[in-house]
Design a protein around this ligand. Sequence first.
Ligand code: 13P
Length: 339
Amino acid sequence: MTIQEELDATIRELVQPGKGILAADESHPTIAKRFKAVGVESSEEKRREYRNLLLDTAGLGDFVSGVILFEETLGQKSDDGKPLPSIAASQGVIPGIKVDKGKGPMVNAPGDEITEGLDGLAQRLEQYKELGARFAKWRNVYHITDMNPSLAAIEANAEVLARYAAICQSCGIVPIVEPEVLINGSHTIERSADVNEAVIGEVFRALRRHRVEPETMILKPSMVTPGNANGQKASPEEVAEHTLRVFRRVVPAAVPGINFLSGGQTPEEATLNLNAINSGASQPWVLSFSYGRALQEPAQKAWAGISSNKAAAQTALLKRAKLNSLATLGRYSADMEEG
Ligand code: 13P
């Protein structure tokens, strides 16, 4: 296959109506935090056991087309000695890989952060590809305050994200482009819309500058919501309206899929909001999920680090995957939570 054929085949399999992406790419500190919440100490073996459980959930491939893995998982083996990426692939779930090296403070931009990891990226991608990865993810973060994000942070982060995406495509790896505007803060939904429009607009200008092909990438944005410390909650319909208005202004119709992060919404909120987004007029993109917490939280609680809870944890994961799949089709309702 040529590079172009690889990209075309991967994007076709990843972006399918009714399917989303499972984000299971937590870095060591993040997974340690998630494990701690359910009383589990993070070790290489516990992470392997847990991610093995996620990937061999029977039926996952009916609702999930891809899974984003952390580097460590790419090299780990299943309980019966098979490479973990092959466990996902064998049920039609494409393995992907988080490739950024995390974020840190941006010099001369107080309150803003920038993501690192471009050095040696092409070489790393070749190794990841050999281990089975067919797509990648890079996450930028933007804080909302009265002063942030600054224009410098919006421009510098967009440039880095575009360079990452261009390098991925040159290696036949589909890039997930993730500009996460954080939910933290007391800002209004209008302020979130304004920041998302500026951020995503700049990302697409940079992608164009770097000749990234929009047809073979996925955008992974936040939903437009009020800040989590704003007393006012927005209804799913308001979230849908603001979110879609931003995308219609700045996301080219040539982009096949937009897969949201959950970003601190509860599992039920994330499903309700996704359903509202898919309940109106049809849009040029498949609007789906790439949730981490909103898919995994119930499964982590059911597992609690105890091997004999594996089946219960898999049932919890499959339930969220199925309900979110219905939400991508606008066919979810809250009473389905009981079933
Ligand atoms: P959350 O859905 O938990 O926000 O995670 C998605 C993700 O991959 C963040 O990079």
